[in-house]
Design a protein around this ligand. Structure first.
Ligand code: FEO
Length: 391
């Protein structure tokens, strides 16, 4: 039995089976589905887990509650939170489900659950006898029905997808039982992959929580923050400002090795300016990581050849995705080889300018293999982009 705070217990599970979260994003270090039991005179369960893990989940719930559960609080209906609900209801058929109005409709759509539902709204409370829970609507962090739940006694914020991360809880549940630094990169990747589109709403949620006395942040995924909850709050504030640390992400692709010849020269230029640099490959590295590094650093240098008269295909997909994720305000440079058709870099530059990216000139599009002059210009491109990220 893992106690989070007085009469609050963790009943979540680790997922090391799923390869792609949401069918899209690699999770080589797994992910956790965090569920919690809150006990007063009455007992509430906060969310469930993804259904492949339902047996492990129900075993934990039984240990903590003997299936004496009065309320099931569904902050979010996405199936990684809700798909064990039907199996849970077999054990606790009289439990009342509390959720937002929009969630009520989703429970019907997904599971045909229509009974024993109590709809709650902004600021509504639930008296458990000896402790009270308060509900705050948190639309679009990450679906429109999402809400968060606050335990007034122990000052625990059950924040749902907000303040979450990838990475299973193999080394402890809490920031006081493992080194929280090991979650840093996977928090950025989770945010940029899952929540990025909704930064406006993340900011609104953060404003709403200002002034709330929060001692523990208990998200639906990742570490529980009870030693230093301000640390994850501060990181999320930075993430919702699109982070943009000084540093440069170089992402390149090459068909026959000509564009590849430029990469080291760009990297050398960046290093001369003393900022961090990450080098990724359009053909080998998953978009999840390309998006994450682009979210992290202010500078981006993209290298790719022409393909079908436009940018290299994987670069096109990347350019499409940064628009979908509304990834704004970067400093970007371009380089790449062409043969009989040019202007791929110009097409890409036009696309990113729509996102308020500052394009560093010249665009280094060269015919065939790069000349010594191009290699020298590539180094200068690296220096220039790196310098601008420090401004
Ligand atoms: Fe953790 Fe939006 O699902």
């Amino acid at each position: 039995m893992q106690e989070v705070a007085s009469d609050i217990y963790y009943v979540g599970v680790n997922d090391h089976l799923t390869e792609l979260f949401e069918g899209l994003w690699p999770i080589p270090e797994g992910v956790s589905y965090n569920s919690y039991v809150v006990k007063g005179e009455k007992t509430a369960l906060i969310e469930t887990v993804k259904v492949p893990f339902v047996d492990e989940f129900l075993k934990k719930v039984e240990e903590v509650t003997s299936f004496n559960i009065d309320y099931i609080i569904m902050n979010h209906i996405e199936p990684d939170h809700s798909s064990s609900l039907l199996r849970l209801l077999e054990k606790v058929p009289n439990a009342i489900i509390l959720c937002s109005k929009k969630a009520e409709g989703m429970l019907n759509t997904l599971y045909r659950i229509t009974e024993n539902i109590r709809v709650v709204g902004e600021g509504d409370t639930l008296d458990l006898g000896g402790r009270t829970l308060t509900f705050f609507m948190d639309p679009l962090v990450h679906w429109p029905e999402t809400m968060i739940t606050y335990d007034n006694q122990e000052k625990v914020l059950f924040s749902c997808d907000a303040f979450g991360s990838y990475k299973a809880l193999d080394f402890g549940l809490f920031d006081d039982s493992c080194d929280p630094d090991i979650f840093f990169e996977e928090t950025i990747r989770y945010f940029s992959n899952i929540v990025a589109k909704y930064v406006k709403y993340v900011k609104k949620a953060m404003e709403k929580l200002e002034g709330l006395d929060i001692k523990i942040i208990a998200p639906a995924h990742g570490l529980i923050w009870r030693k230093d909850p301000q640390r994850i709050i501060d990181l999320y504030i930075r993430l919702s400002d699109r982070m943009a640390l000084p540093g440069v992400t170089v992402i390149w692709g090459s068909m026959y090795g000509n564009t590849a010849k430029v990469v080291n020269h760009v990297v050398d230029g960046i290093k001369e300016e003393g900022v961090p640099v990450t080098v990724l490959n359009f053909s080998k590295d998953h978009l999840s990581y390309l998006i994450k590094e682009t979210w992290k650093y202010k500078g981006v240098i993209l290298g790719f050849p022409v393909y079908d008269g436009g940018p290299f295909l994987n670069a096109s997909y990347y350019l499409h995705l940064i628009k979908r994720k509304d990834l704004r305000e970067r400093v970007v440079g371009f380089f790449g080889s062409s043969m009989w058709s040019g202007r791929a870099l110009k097409q890409a530059a036009d696309q990113v300018q729509e996102l308020d990216w500052e394009v560093v000139e010249p665009l280094l599009e060269f015919k065939g293999s790069p000349s010594d002059e191009i290699l020298e210009q590539a180094k200068e491109l690296g220096r220039t982009v790196a310098r601008k990220t420090k401004e």
